[in-house]
Design a protein around this ligand. Structure first.
Ligand SMILES: NC(=O)c1ccc[n+]([C@@H]2O[C@H](COP(=O)([O-])OP(=O)(O)OC[C@H]3O[C@@H](n4cnc5c(N)ncnc54)[C@H](O)[C@@H]3O)[C@@H](O)[C@H]2O)c1
Length: 376
């Protein structure tokens, strides 16, 4: 038998659980409305607008290996939808170029220079060591470029690309794809002031992109993301890092601790010799704990209601609702829309340079650590 007093307590507990969750979801939904003012959200809305008109823009993809073939598929799809003209693909390996051209029903070439007089916008998806030369040739002619990450191998190359784009006025965007992951898109407006990140990005050995190490190939995604979330103007105050080559002759696994001037700290583990695929970021900001899983496209925010009488009664886990758009399609559309609207692309060459600079800083620390551990 439950007496009246106990019924009262049960009611209070149910109300205590329900009411704080209700309050938090109201606050969060208000926050979404407020942050929708941010340009990033506006861009995501624009690119999902099917009425955008870029019909006559002549586009092409250079490098159609493991990632470039997906660029080609997306451009071909956009062309079928009447949004652009897709001139064709280029790959130094003629068999690869022919195969992808057959799949996408377009023309192919094996020397990108032939596109210099025929296209207005290109995706460059070749190995990093070729980015600067190819991008600068197109930018010089005023042709808009979406270049894959990392922007280049060195800061000097990145600077040359930035200068060339500024001189001709062509758009130069860098493909930091994770910014377009639907989980990140829905989470971004809720990010206030992250202070502590735990990040894991692990994948099995890829057998590609071996011209660069795991920091430039893999960790750079998270280096771009933390700088974006902490604030583009917040300087890095310290970097500690360790990394080792295991299978290739370059660093295959690395861990870095990045400290920002505003007190934020990120601990990032990146490996390309794992046994499973992990793409998980967890971070803490005032009054909330955030989980972001790029692989499963999941984002949640755990917080305590401001008026909760006890933590056990006031914890709310808000699983954000994801709009499942292919990130690469969103990225390409954002690039095309920046051309159409003559606006700065959502990921600029300076963003790409900033991520590269951070990655090179991590590599320098890895090198210092290796020299200490294995003195010659
Ligand atoms: N944003 C992401 O998530 C992501 C993921 C994977 C790769 N990438 C980046 O994309 C780029 C390509 O990586 P990948 O994994 O597709 O490599 P890949 O080796 O699979 O493909 C590269 C292709 O470029 C071709 N190529 C090389 N030199 C060329 C040249 N001078 N002209 C024309 N074609 C040329 C090669 O024949 C190959 O087909 C790299 O910069 C890499 O870092 C980005």
């Amino acid at each position: 038998m439950i007496n009246a007093n106990e019924t009262q307590i049960i009611r209070f507990r149910i109300f205590g659980l329900w009411f704080p969750s209700f309050v938090i979801s109201c606050i969060l939904s208000e926050n979404v409305k407020y942050y929708r003012k941010f340009r990033y959200v506006q861009i995501m809305e624009t690119i999902q607008n099917p009425k955008s008109k870029i019909q006559n823009l002549k586009t092409a993809v250079i490098g159609v290996g493991s990632l470039g073939r997906h660029h080609a598929r997306n451009y071909a799809e956009l062309a079928r939808e009447g949004k652009i003209e897709f001139v064709g693909v280029c790959d130094a390996n003629e068999d690869t170029a022919r195969k992808i051209a057959q799949e996408q029903n377009c023309d192919f070439i094996s020397n990108w220079r032939s596109f210099l007089d025929t296209v207005e916008a290109v995706s460059i998806v070749t190995p990093t060591e070729t980015h600067c030369e190819i991008a600068c040739a197109f930018l010089e002619k005023g042709i808009h470029v979406l270049v894959e990450k990392p922007i280049a191998r060195t800061l000097e190359e990145a600077d040359l690309m930035i200068k060339t784009a500024e001189k001709s006025g062509a758009k130069l965007m860098v493909g930091h794809l994770e910014r377009f992951n639907p989980a990140m898109v829905v989470l971004r407006p809720h990010v206030t002031k992250p202070l502590y990140f735990e990040i894991h990005r692990v994948s099995p050995f890829p057998n590609r992109s071996l011209d660069v190490d795991v920091v430039l190939d893999v960790m750079i995604h998270d280096l771009d993301a933390i700088q974006w979330l902490v604030g583009e103007d917040v300087a890095v105050s310290a970097i500690h890092a360790v990394g080792i080559p295991v299978i290739s002759d370059k660093v295959d696994a690395a861990n870095a601790r990045i400290e920002f001037e505003n007190g934020a700290v990120a601990n990032i583990t990146a490996s390309r010799i794992g046994t499973e695929k992990i793409r998980k970021t967890r971070f803490y900001q005032t009054n909330s704990y955030v989980v972001l899983d790029y692989a499963t496209k999941f984002a949640s925010i755990t917080s305590l209601a401001p008026n909760a009488v006890h933590p056990l009664l006031g914890i709310s886990i808000n699983r954000l609702e994801i709009k499942d758009v292919e990130p690469l399609r969103a990225e390409i559309e954002a690039f095309l829309n920046s051309i159409l609207s003559d606006e700065t692309p959502p990921i600029t060459a300076r963003d790409g340079r900033r991520a590269l600079s951070l990655a090179l800083g991590v590599l320098e620390k890895i090198d210092t650590h290796a020299k200490r551990v294995f003195p010659e």
